[in-house]
Design a protein around this ligand. Structure first.
Ligand code: NDP
Length: 284
């Protein structure tokens, strides 16, 4: 019988996950299909019940359901609990496990790009869900120091306070997007851009990139932007011009998907097939 997988989101038509997972199923000869499932926020509870009733094998969960889905599931993994967000639901008979592969996906994509995470000193821009995943991913990968830099200092402080218990070996700090950021960047090996400010090519994105003191970064530093639309964001373009190493956000999307695929199928994900389905060229 064909196994059905999908992604809960609202909206969800833009998602690249169906292309990535269907290509992987085809490559491994699995009788399975992955479909976008548009779930209105007020119908999330019924959608989770439908998941159980229809025997859907697993789903990804995207905005705006990543946090709201938590109380509707039977078990939450430590990673999903730390991030207060679920991006993957694994079905074991009638038992639904909520997991989160974003942090590990980011760590895998950085390692694939030969970025050293063990002992890293990182700055994460932003204090939303992507920033939280980045902090957890870096902390779990042996980073020594992580500074969360955000225009909303209270949000940065709350994020660090909540993650401190999950990352006892890391020094966590916060700073604003002002002179403090220059100081934090000057001793940092890795900058993760995790705000939505670079989403879409626009004058505002350019202005945001221009406002960042990237010239303070050591020449050996890497800049990674989690936004992948556009792939070469204004921040990555500026980092490129400064001669810094850059990593785009499509690698995180790819690897969080590959990890979900592996949780569901217990098979090694065909990474290159999935990468091709996303249109990702590792050498760019
Ligand atoms: P959230 O809405 O949760 O958080 C957005 C963050 O960006 C907030 O901290 C917000 O600050 C900050 N921000 C927005 N505009 C500006 C600005 N002009 N200057 C400074 N800070 C700003 O979004 P997510 O964290 O979920 O996602 C952020 C981005 O990461 C998304 O655009 C998405 O494309 C990308 N992403 C990529 C993934 C991948 O797999 N590569 C996975 C998940 C996300 P404030 O609270 O003050 O508004």
């Amino acid at each position: 019988m064909t196994r059905v997988y999908g992604i809960f989101g609202w909206p969800v038509a833009h998602s690249r996950s169906p292309a990535m997972h269907n290509a992987a199923f085809a490559a491994l000869g699995l009788d399975a299909v992955y479909v976008p499932l548009a779930v209105q926020p007020e119908r999330l509870g019924r959608a989770v019940e439908a998941l159980r009733a229809l025997g859907i094998a697993g789903v990804n969960v995207t905005l705006p359901h990543k946090t709201e889905v938590i109380p509707l599931l039977d078990e939450i993994t430590p990673a999903a609990r730390a991030m207060a967000a679920v991006n993957t639901v694994i079905r074991r008979e009638q038992w639904l496990v909520g997991d989160n592969t974003d942090a590990e996906g980011l760590a895998r994509s950085l390692r694939e790009a030969q970025v050293a995470l063990h002992g890293a000193s990182a700055v994460v821009l932003g204090a939303g869900g992507a920033a939280r995943a980045a902090v957890f991913g870096l902390a779990s990968s042996g980073a020594l120091r992580i500074t969360v830099a955000a225009r909303n200092r209270a949000a940065a402080t709350a994020l660090v306070a909540e993650l401190a218990a999950h990352a006892p070996a890391v020094t966590l700090a916060t700073c604003g997007l002002d002179a403090e950021l220059t100081s934090a960047l000057s001793s940092c090996s890795l900058l993760i851009q995790a705000t939505s400010a670079t989403l879409g090519a626009s004058g505002a994105a350019d202005a945001f990139a221009a406002s960042l003191p990237l010239e303070a970064l050591p020449a050996s530093a890497t800049v990674c932007d989690l936004v992948y639309k556009p792939l070469r964001t204004a921040v990555l373009a500026r980092a490129d011009r400064l001669g810094l190493r850059t990593v785009d956000g499509l690698g995180m999307l790819l690897h969080q998907g590959a990890l979900a695929f592996e949780r569901w199928t217990e098979q090694t994900a065909p990474i290159d097939v999935m990468r091709q389905a996303l249109g990702h060229d590792r050498t760019r």
